[in-house]
Design a protein around this ligand. Structure first.
Ligand code: PLP
Length: 347
């Protein structure tokens, strides 16, 4: 039985074109700045996001960490959402490795932070307080249903940060999904921010890597931070090559994942014991829940679905996340719906 894996878009394996490009990529020592394939990926990325420079990193986690460590010193404070990936799922690296104090404020269900909440979180000048340095946003917002943040909203936060003398970082792990969903240029979403990371290894389907983009001066400093974190890679063109293929061949088809997410949501809506979350799917993720009195919890349902060759994430006791990606085909949607019906029954 062929498994349909909807746990995440990180499960995507490289395409044949990626493997070919990896095998034949021209390479050099990237710590010397001499890997032509890495240099090309960094330049392509910066151009796509309208920034001066890019930096290739092993992961999105290291990308966010390197960015935040470059913006902040020990004892500085950053403002971020309480559902932010950086707060929840990056092992507390900014505190453990950077001595940076996270000041969380509530994420709204659409992934935004209220402007008033940001304003109120900014510290006044006072010997008792850590100095606020940075605000971070996440687009699309993973825990908030994969919701895209608009260009207008990003500008509002950018303007606020600038007027308060703060920097703005964007965790754009799935920024291209946001651009597709909103039908805007990725550079428009990155325009108001000082630094932005995106992941090649999620819906873009590359095996490894993220890119951090920003001003030339910022990236020069972030390159040193990356080296400090042990992220200076040598003939990294071998993996950057797959990233280039991802930008050239997978980026233009990301919208298909959103369409399939809609189809899947429609089918799941027919299952009485499942409730779709409001607004889902905003991009390539379908979030749905079981009611509190359901005899099964989400991990138990996920375990039963596995027997039908369908893998989904139970992100809480009653909550599922299903993520669409390159390797999910139209015919899989019906199979997933059927598996849910087998486990939960239909009307
Ligand atoms: C996956 C993800 C990251 C981190 O990426 P890794 O490559 O897994 O370290 C950061 N932010 C968001 C929103 C993500 O979904």
């Amino acid at each position: 039985m062929k498994t349909i894996d909807l746990r995440s878009d990180t499960v995507t394996k490289p395409t044949p074109a990626m493997r070919q490009a990896m095998a034949s990529a021209p390479v050099g020592d990237d710590v010397y700045g001499e890997d032509p394939t890495v240099n090309r990926l960094e330049e392509m990325s910066a151009n796509l996001l309208g920034k001066e420079a890019g930096l290739f990193l092993p992961s999105g986690t290291m990308g966010n960490l390197a960015a935040i460590l470059t913006h902040c010193g020990r004892g500085d404070e950053i403002i971020l959402g309480d559902m932010a990936h950086t707060f929840l799922f990056e092992v507390g690296g900014i505190a453990a490795l950077g001595g940076i104090h996270p000041h969380t404020i509530p994420n709204q269900s659409d992934g935004t932070l209220r402007l008033d909440d940001i304003k109120n979180a900014i510290r006044a000048e006072n010997d008792h307080y850590p100095p606020t340095r940075l605000v971070t946003l996440e687009n699309t917002h993973n825990r908030c249903g994969g919701a895209p943040l608009s260009v207008e909203y990003t500008h509002q936060v950018g303007d606020l940060a600038q007027s308060e003398g703060l920097k703005l970082h964007l965790d754009g792990a799935r920024l291209f999904n946001a651009a597709v969903a909103l039908d805007v240029e990725p550079a428009a979403l990155a325009g108001p921010v000082d630094s932005v990371t995106f992941c090649l290894s999620k819906g873009l389907g590359a095996p490894v890597g993220s890119v951090l983009c920003g001003s030339g001066d910022f990236i020069k400093r972030a390159r040193r931070t990356r080296k400090m974190l042990g992220g200076g890679m040598r003939q990294a063109g071998i993996i950057a090559a797959a990233g280039i293929v991802a930008l050239e061949t997978i980026l233009p088809r990301l919208g298909e994942d959103h369409t399939r997410a809609q189809l899947l949501a429609q089918r799941l809506a027919e299952i009485p014991r499942l409730q779709l979350e409001p607004g889902t799917p905003a991009t390539n993720m379908v979030y749905c829940t079981l009611s509190d009195d359901d005899p099964l919890n989400a991990p138990q349902v996920a375990e039963k679905l596995r027997q039908y060759g369908v893998l989904v994430s139970a992100t809480a006791q009653r909550r599922f996340r299903l993520v669409l990606h390159y390797w999910v085909e139209d015919s899989h949607i019906e199979k997933v719906a059927q598996a849910f019906q087998n486990v939960l029954g239909s009307r």
